[in-house]
Design a protein around this ligand. Structure first.
Ligand code: XIL
Length: 349
């Protein structure tokens, strides 16, 4: 489900007016992915499958600028298994094929969450929920073994105060469901990198303290967890000032880190001051990642305001992406490119 009705790409629309060749000519060079590679960093975007199918300009940007893709919705449980026992792999397979054709990594998102689960799950007896979750995790991870190199295994399981979120999984299975999910995923694909992923954990705060405690315990217990994803949904009014310090403490646990879903929203309409403030936030987030040795992947949650989830979810806010709704670059794109454009790197393995 997409909360935003994308603008009609019909006659007279600025998007429709851009021929693919002209759009390709407007692609920045070197590509973001090439600039990022100099730092040993994968540069990703979330992908909206409907836009990918219908909008050649959208597709061209994804193909040329990014070397990592995340399904914005296509690998969530409600899309994969709308009817119990009947998996529908179509959209997820399309993304994997697109990624292969464009030499891109795929971040799998997400296996265990309290949102976007199929409706039938509510009718599953509590006693069966553990087996059902295990089957979902393993069926999905096995299906994409070799194609999806890293998974957000558990998404958003911690509350703002750092305690475990009160979800159907916690109530039915107890706190051990998190470790179990990682073990199940690892059994299904021992080569995949497995992440815990959450929002509002950019800064050092009560919530990121809770995530830190959780993953430290998992590491200590030998649970196969390899990284922590910081989503990075930010606002121009709240730059994450302690992100570098926060990523550093996960790095110190021997875990990878990833910035998995960056966007920087603002009250609409945008103006030059807000757009510069936005560029600063993007730059700050990128810099924190570049300064953290184990932060090897930086993903924006969509790259054009034309298909952003933000206006549908945050009343009165939008303009959160690095291109505007007509695929025109904003100061934020320049900031990211500048942030990647200096010399070589000591981050190579
Ligand atoms: C969002 C998608 O962007 C929307 O299209 C969908 O309607 C709701 O979910 N944190 C996450 C993502 O981990 O999966 C969410 O994606 C955004 C917040």
């Amino acid at each position: 489900m997409h909360a935003v009705a994308p603008g009609p790409a019909g006659e007279g629309s600025p998007v429709a007016a851009v021929a693919p060749a002209a759009a390709a000519a407007a692609m920045p060079e070197p590509a973001l992915r090439e600039l990022a590679a100099r730092h040993g960093l994968a540069f990703g975007t979330a992908v909206d499958m409907a836009a990918l199918a219908s909008d050649p300009v959208y597709r061209e940007w994804v193909a040329s600028q990014f070397d990592s893709v995340t399904a914005e919705n296509a690998m969530k449980w409600d899309v994969l298994e709308p009817t119990r026992g009947r998996y529908e792999w179509g959209p997820a397979d399309e993304l994997v094929a697109f990624a292969k054709a464009n030499r891109q990594a795929v971040r799998g998102h997400t296996l265990v969450w309290h949102n976007q689960n199929p409706a039938w799950l509510a009718d599953v007896p509590v006693a069966e929920l553990g087996a059902v979750l295990k089957a979902h995790v393993q069926t999905t991870v096995r299906r994409f073994k070799g194609d999806v190199g890293q998974w957000d295994v558990v998404n958003e399981a911690v509350e703002a105060d750092g305690t475990l979120r009160d979800t159907a999984w916690l109530r039915a299975l107890g706190p051990g469901y998190i470790a179990d999910a990682f073990r199940w995923a690892h059994e299904a694909d021992p080569d995949a990198l497995l992440f815990y992923n959450d929002y509002d954990v950019e800064d050092v705060n009560a919530k990121s303290d809770g995530v830190h405690d959780l993953v430290r315990r998992l590491v200590r217990e030998g649970v196969p967890i390899h990284g922590v994803g910081v989503q990075g949904h930010c606002s121009v009014d709240q730059a994450p000032r302690t992100l570098r310090e926060n990523l550093g403490r996960f790095d110190a646990l021997g875990l990878r880190t990833a910035v998995t879903e960056v966007d920087v929203r603002m009250a609409v309409p945008p103006d030059p001051v807000k757009l510069e403030a936005q560029a600063d936030v993007y730059r700050t987030v990128l810099r924190a990642c570049l300064l953290t040795p184990g932060c090897r992947s930086f993903t924006v949650w969509g790259y054009t305001d034309r298909y952003s989830w933000v206006p549908g979810w945050f009343e009165g806010e939008g303009a959160a992406d690095i291109l505007d709704e007509h695929f025109v670059a904003k100061p934020a794109l320049r900031a990211l490119r500048d942030g990647l454009s200096f010399g070589g790197t000591s981050r190579r393995d």
